[in-house]
Design a protein around this ligand. Sequence first.
Ligand code: GH3
Ligand code: MG
Ligand code: MG
Ligand code: MG
Length: 298
Amino acid sequence: MSSTHTVLVVDDEKQNRDLLTELLREDCRVILAKNGSQALERAHELQPDLILLDVLMPDMSGHEVIQTLKNDDATRHIPVIFISALDAPEDEERGLDLGAVDYITKPFHPSIVRKRVRNHLLSVHHRHLLENLAMIDSLTEIANRRRYDEMLESEWRRCARNASPLSLAIIDVDHFKAYNDHLGHAAGDQVLRRIAQTLSRLVRRPGDLVARYGGEEFVLLLPGTDAPSARQLGDDIRAEIEALQLPHPASPVASVITVSLGGMTVMPSGGLVDPRLFSEADAALYAAKAEGRNRAFW
Ligand code: GH3
Ligand code: MG
Ligand code: MG
Ligand code: MG
C-alpha cells in the first residue's frame, strides 16, 4: 500500500532532511525541499500524498507555506504534518488551526514519526479508495455519471488548452423496456454488464472514458479524437454490440440486442463546458432512433 505513496519533506537543515529520508524510505517515496518556495513548487507539480513541514525556515515560514497550499485548489487536499522545534501548546494549536493534520515537536522520536506517518498514509489510502468507489457504477463496475461529469469539465479545459478536439457519444439500448418485460429485470441487468464490458474493450485509448450515464444509457468521452475517428469507433461499437448476438425476442429491430448511438465532436474553447456538446449528441441519438434504431449517427 504505502510503498506507492509519496511524502514531501520540507526542512531547511540538511541533517533533518537526511534523518527523515532514512526514517521513511521503507514506507514511501520521499521527495525533498529545502525552503518554502521549493516546497510549493514540488507540491504543486508532484502532488505528494503527505507533506512533513518544518516551521522555522529562513525565506518563508512553514505557516506561510501551509497558507499558500490551502489557498490553492491543486494542493489544498494534501495533508500536512508540522515538524517543529516550537513546542509550546499555543504553537501546536496555531499549527492545527492553520489546517495541519498533526504536529510533531523536535527533537522527534524516530519511531513515533514513522508510526504517525504510517497512520496518516493509511487514511490517505482509505480516502482514495472511497473517492474511487464513489465514481463507480455498482451494476456494471464502469465509471458512473459523477465521474463523467468531473472528467467532462477537466477534459474540456485540457482540450481547449491543447487546441485538440473533444468527442462525445451517447449510447442507448434499443427497446430495452420490452426486453425487461419479456425476459425479466435480472436478464436486463446482465445485458447492461455485457454492453459495459464490450464498450470498455473497444474504447481503450489512454484518456478515453466509458461511463454509465444512467438507466440503459452509456456515454463515451474521447479527448483528442477527431470526428472521422470517432465516427469509425461509433460504427464499430454498433456492429460489435449486434455481433454479441444476445437474443431479444421482443425487438422489432432485430432478434438480438442492438444499440443506437449519437455523437458530436467539437473544438473546445474557454473554461466552461458548452452544453451544446451534449445536446447535439443527444439530437443525433434521437435521429438514430427515429430512422429505425441500430444506427450510429455523428
Ligand atoms: P428505445 O429503443 O426508444 O430506447 O426504447 P426503450 O424501451 O429502450 O426506452 P425506454 O426509455 O422506454 O425504456 C428504458 C428501459 O430501460 C426502462 C427500464 O426498465 C430499463 N432500465 C433502466 N435501467 C435499468 C437497469 O438498471 N436494469 C434493467 N434491467 N433495466 C433498466
Ligand atoms: Mg528549520
Ligand atoms: Mg433511454
Ligand atoms: Mg432505450
